[in-house]
Each structure stands twice: as structure tokens, then as C-alpha cells.
Design a protein around this ligand. Sequence first.
Ligand code: SF4
Ligand code: SF4
Length: 304
Amino acid sequence: MSAAEANRGVSGDAPPPLVGITHLDDLWFQAGGTLCNFTCLHCFISCSPHNRSFRFLTLQELRRYLAESVPLGVKEYYFTGGEPFLNPELVPMLVETLGYGPATVLTNASVLRDAWLQELADAERKSVYSLEFRVSLDGFSAESNDAIRGPGTFERTMEGLARLAAHGFLPLITAVRTWTMAEEPAVLDGFRCLLRRRGIARPRLKVLPTLRLGAEVQRTGGYAADERVTAEMLELLGTSHLPCEHSRIVTDRGVYVCPILIAAADSLLGDTLAEALVPYRLRHGACYTCVHSHNLCANPSAGR
Ligand code: SF4
Ligand code: SF4
């Protein structure tokens, strides 16, 4: 089935509900492709040191999309991967983006260098826009984090957090919920104590649901056939919180509907941003998680 046929919904059943994009507020860049120095067991796009299915974006590609984003009124830019800092052009890419709007980079913080952070801190100081770091950490001890993210990853990320703090950045920690809701208050307390102990005076945390795609399918199983979005569900829960309702992601292959579905062929929408501003049918299991979660991809608002 072609992407166009899939978007029209050609099966015998009622087609999955369609979500249009009201405004392109957030533009994501798959800057690190699918290459990562970690091999996390829950990685929903199975990034690893060997996964080169998406390559790094280049500074030249970034410039083309930044220019296209201006008349479309994009408000914020996000950089992800893989590990974006493996891309040798990431620092100039972030510096360039700070001339257009606020930028956020999602990183495991394990390969950061002082010279890069100094350059980024200087660029942020000269810009009217902010640069945010979102650092992934999945436990408040080496034991709990490394069970998911791999041996030694806890200490490497903690060193990165200390470097960020030393350069004046206040990273937002993201943790994928691999614990029960009953355990959550104790886990969040554990994170806050750890971060304060390690010199992060005002810890900021964002807990994310697991997305049962990629490597996570081996860990916990994928989505059941009936875990799909229905029109009734959308009517009840709304669409304004869905990343596909106000964002798109640029990869080396073109523009996809959202950062979650880049491995799904039907979510490649076009080569330009303009081509990609089309409605999309929520046919994937991950859409079910999105619809039931709030604020999955964007930064939390101040004070939350
Ligand atoms: S979850 Fe993040 S750090 Fe872990 S393998 Fe995937 S991209 Fe790398
Ligand atoms: S995974 Fe989420 S953001 Fe992506 S298309 Fe489905 S609902 Fe939209």
C-alpha cells in the first residue's frame, strides 16, 4: 500500500481517524539519525552504534528547512537522534538555529565536551532565544538505570549533567516510566535527591510513557491489535496534545509526521515542510499511547 493510499484508508473496516495539522508550531530535526553510543532496551527506534538506517542531517540540509520554517511561523526547534552530539555538525547547527528561535536538544549527555558547551553557552548569551538540554536517565541509581540503558551509562550521564551545570545550563531530565504508578512518588523523590546531591540545585523532571515500538517490543511486547485509536476516543480526549497536530520532523529522507513513527513507511509525508502539512491517519499502536498521554514531546511549561 502506498503512503497516499494508506492515508486515504483503503481497507474494508472504518479507516482510522484523521488528524490535521492546525499550525506548525514545533519543528524537529533527526540530527543524529539512528546512530547512538548506547543500546537502550526500550529505544522505540532501536538506535545503536550499528543502526545507520537514518544518517546524520547536515548543516546545509538544516539551513534549507530553517529558511522554509520562517514563513510557516514555526515557534520552536527540537534536535534528536540517535545521539545528536555524535553528529560533528551539531554545535554549528544549534548555533545557527538560535538565530531563528528557541532550541531544545535531546541527549544522553555522555559525549559532551567542555569546548562545545562553552560555544553553545556563548551563542545562547548572544541570542534572544534559549537553548534547552533534555537529558535521558531512566533510574536514580546505577543499578536501576543501567538495567535499561546499559552498563556504565548512569555514571557517564551524571558526568554530562555536571558539565552542563558547570556551563550554566539547567537540564530537564526525562525518564521513561519503567515502574508502576504506585511506585512513582518514591521514584520521583529518588531522582530529586540524586540530582540535588550531584549539584543540580533545581531539578526538573519529565516522565514519559513507554512506546512499544522498536527495541521495546522485545522487552515488554508490542501493541495488541485492539490498542488503536478510534474516532470516539479522539472526540473524548481531543487532538490538541498530539505532536502530529502541531509538529513535523525532518530526517535525511524527508519530512515525517512525528518523531515517534520514523520507522513507519507511511509516515513519510514529503520532501518539503509544505508537502508534509497534510492530515494523517492514526493507525499505529503508538498513536494509542499518544492519545492517552499529555505533553509527550514538547517541553513542559514553566513551573510544572
Ligand atoms: S533511547 Fe536514546 S540514548 Fe538510548 S539508544 Fe535510543 S537514542 Fe540512544
Ligand atoms: S504517534 Fe502520536 S504524534 Fe505520531 S502520528 Fe500517532 S498520534 Fe500523532
